[in-house]
Each structure stands twice: as C-alpha cells, then as structure tokens.
Design a protein around this ligand. Structure first.
Ligand code: GDP
Length: 447
C-alpha cells in the first residue's frame, strides 16, 4: 500500500489519448507533482482545484513549450489520492513531446504505465476493483446502454452489493466462531442456527444474481447476431446494408464468403455484432468447407440467428430446424418478381425486404432492437459485468453450498472463509481478519 504522499516515483502521461486535438490533458501524479508544476510554470503557489492560465517552459533550457491551463489537486482529495497536477495544452505531438521531455528530465518522474493512475487510486482506497473496471468500460462504451451500465458500476452499485454480501458473510462467520470459541459465555442460544439461515439466504441471492442470462457481460461485449442462410441468399448484401458500409465482399458467385465477417451496430442503444457466415451447405471445396465449419460454430454461439432466404427460393427447411424462439427469419429479394412471402414460418413472422433496395430494412432493425432489448434490458439490481466476477461468485456459491452441508461447525467456518475470500477478490477488499472486531462489537465478550 502507498500512503497519501505517494510512492517514491511520480508518474505522468497524456490523459486525453493520441492524435491531434484542440486540447490535450497531461496528468502528473505523485509527491513530486507540485515541484514539477512549479518548475514548468514558474509559479510556486497554486490554489487547489482551480484552472489558472499557465505558460509552460522547459526549466532546463528556458524554451517556451506552450501557453495553456493548469489545475492543482493536492492529495488526498484527488483521483489517485496523491498530489496531482493537470496541464491543459494544445493537442499536437510537438507540444506533448515538449512537455514529456521536460518532465522526464526532472528527478523522480517517469511516464505512467497503462492503467497506473487507476491502479494508484485503487491502492489508495479511492476506488474498488469494480469501479476501476467501470472506468475502463466507460471509456470503451460505444452505446447508451453500455454507458449507463458503466456509470452505474462506477457509482459503486456493484461494489456495494458485493460489499454487503461480504459484510453479512463475515458477520455470520463471526457468530459461528463465537459460538465455537466462547461456548461457556453467555451468548444467545440460536447464534449458530441464525448463521446457518443467513448463509442459505445468501446462497440464494448469489445464485439469482448469477442466473441473469449474462445480461451485463453481453452488454459489455455486444449481443451477437449471426446471419445464416443458403449461398447467394444475400447475406453479405444484408450485412453491408445494415452496416451502411462495405464490410463483406458481395459477389454473384455462390460460396464466396469464405470467412466470418462482422459489423458493429447500435440497436437503439444496445450494442450488437452482426456476423456474416459462409453459406451453410456441404461442399467438397476444402477452403469453403472450413468456412462452413466456422459459420456453423459462430451461428451456434450467437445470441440471435437471422435466417436469410430469397423469397423466390424457399428451400430452407434444414436451416429452419436450426432456429429457436428468439431467432428471426428474413425473406430477401422482394424487389424481384415471385411468390408472396409467407405470413408465418415455424411460429415466427418473417421480415420481408430487399438488401439491394433497402426496402424493409427499417422494420428489420426494429425487430432486432426488440430482440436485443429483450435480452439486455431490465433485470433488478446491478448486473455482473465480467467473467472474473462470475468465476469468483461461482466459487463463493460452491463454498456456501458445501458449508450448508458441512458435518462439523469447524468445517462450515472454513468454507465460509473461502466464500468471503472469493467475494472479496471481486472488489479487492478482503477483510476476513476483521472477525474479532465483529465479535467484540456485537457481544462485548469478557467485558
Ligand atoms: P450471400 O452468398 O448470401 O452472401 O449473397 P450475396 O450478398 O453475395 O448476394 C448474392 C447475389 O444476390 C448478389 O448478386 C447480390 O447483388 C444479389 N442480391 C442480394 N440481395 C438482393 C436483393 O434484395 N435483391 C436482388 N434483386 N438481388 C440481391
């Protein structure tokens, strides 16, 4: 752990990404941030948290670097908990290089590692791990629903839920241990029974939280939609039409889509990845056979299968069999003369349209948006958003289930400890050893 004064090294990095921009922000964090700010700007006294105009010059050469703004955030009331100076300069490479050169030449300063500011914030108790992950998610968010989920998590909703579980588990364990260790003392009779009941209640809550259809994880990654269908049905054309750009190569020869292509869509705020798979049919061509194998694999793994067929070539029974309740049939090429598209197939109403003219595309996007919302929206309470959280909670749940069945209270206590550690790993706050505090606060044993 580091203290508020920070570790020996002070780190700096542009906080505003690469490339030219009107403004770039350089962040300096650590005990030497104040000195660095004073040396760059020639100004010794900085009122906290106020943007002031600053003229930046290289202290070694006196060379003018830029005129901009600077803000001083003294620790511990800063993002990292350390002293932070923020420089707002013009966002060009020569300016940023000039700032970096001047800072690198100062003793005790170095360029920050990726994620180092957030890491320091975690180590200084400013963020738990779920909040640090939320920052990464917020920066990566491409759609409204992703942004909302990340902000919610950054506000600590997930951390509080897991913190609450850790607290209740720790308390139950403390009660169980008190019952074991202070059997002669005047303790309530039903202490162990109450601890067991709480443990079962918690196992139920964790199981329900896990059983969320992977809503949070899917929202981070985007729901996957696989376009399947016979060769030449217009799968690549549809992907292009959906993505409104040329992602797939469209060709009149059958079997030319030999790999899986994807396009990222924003369906009313929900992220989706649409995959164009090679035509599903048996073939002797090795390359194409590999394409078909991948296509089947991707289709199996997709959240939604979109079966595409030309409305005048409806030989799709074998493909219809691949579909489930949340999937969709699209009847393509309605611009060509032919029979009317059927009103319903296999219980589902197909969407009719033309990838060529764009006819029906709006209705298709609406249907897809509805399907995405059905899988990603709603749910009560914050959603777990990472495989890491899921793995830890599954471990905790297994330990709790073992604890319920344990023949001896000592074994039960050991499994509860494992459960507490597993939940604690999610937020990075593991306080199993606070047990005695709980015991003494609740019972004042031996007072
Ligand atoms: P894929 O093999 O399923 O990926 O099919 P493609 O997207 O490569 O399309 C095969 C052929 O059908 C191409 O010549 C497309 O221009 C044509 N095509 C695709 N969609 C339509 C459509 O809605 N109407 C018409 N008339 N032709 C289409």
């Amino acid at each position: 752990m580091t203290n508020a004064a920070g570790p020996a090294e002070t780190v700096f990095a542009p906080a505003s990404g690469h490339g030219r921009a009107g403004i770039a922000v350089v962040r300096i964090s650590g005990s030497a941030a104040g000195t660095a700010l004073a040396r760059l700007t020639g100004r010794d006294v900085w009122p906290p948290r106020r943007a002031l105009r600053a003229t930046l010059a290289d202290p070694a050469t006196g060379d003018l670097i830029d005129r901009g703004l600077a803000i001083w955030f003294p620790g511990p009331a800063s993002f990292t908990g350390e002293d932070i100076a923020e420089l707002h300069v013009h966002g060009g490479p020569a300016v940023l290089n000039g700032v970096a050169e001047a800072l690198s030449a100062m003793p005790g300063l170095r360029v920050a590692e990726p994620g180092e500011f957030s890491r320091r914030a975690f180590e200084n108790g400013k963020l738990d791990l779920t909040e640090a992950e939320a920052i990464a998610d917020l920066v990566a968010a491409e759609t409204t629903a992703q942004r909302r989920q990340a902000l919610n998590q950054l506000d600590g909703s997930l951390g509080r839920l897991y913190g609450d579980w850790s607290g209740r588990l720790t308390r139950s364990l403390a009660h169980l241990e008190a019952d074991l260790d202070f059997a002669d003392e005047d303790l309530p009779d039903d202490l162990a029974a109450a601890a067991t009941a709480e443990l079962e209640a918690l196992a139920g809550e964790i199981a329900r939280h896990l059983d969320d259809g992977r809503r949070g994880e899917r929202l981070r990654d985007g729901i996957t939609i696989a376009i399947i269908g016979p060769p030449n049905a217009g799968k690549s054309s549809l992907l292009n039409a959906l993505a409104q750009r040329d992602v797939a190569i469209v060709s009149a020869r059958a079997g030319t889509t030999r790999d899986v292509l994807e396009a990222h869509l924003d369906l009313g705020g929900y992220p989706a990845v649409v995959l164009d798979t090679a035509g599903l049919r048996e073939t002797a061509d090795d390359v194409e056979a590999e394409g078909v194998r991948r296509a089947r694999h991707r289709a199996d793994a997709a959240d939604i299968k979109l079966l595409l067929a030309a409305h005048d070539a409806p030989a799709v029974q074998a493909l219809l069999d691949l579909l489930g309740p949340g999937d969709l049939i699209v009847w393509n090429k309605t611009d060509r003369p032919g029979g009317d598209p059927p009103a319903a197939i296999g219980g589902g109403t197909p969407v009719a349209g033309s990838a060529l003219t764009g006819d029906g595309l709006g209705a298709l996007v609406d249907r897809l948006t509805g399907l995405a919302a059905a899988r990603l929206a709603g749910g009560s309470g914050p959603a777990l958003t990472r495989v890491r959280h899921r793995a830890a909670l599954e471990e905790a749940l297994a330990a709790l289930r073992r604890a319920s069945l344990a023949a001896l209270p000592e074994l039960r206590a050991e499994d509860m400890r494992l459960a507490i550690r597993a939940v604690g790993r999610i937020t990075g706050r593991v306080d199993v050893e606070d047990l005695l505090d709980v015991i003494f606060r609740d019972f004042c044993i031996g007072k």
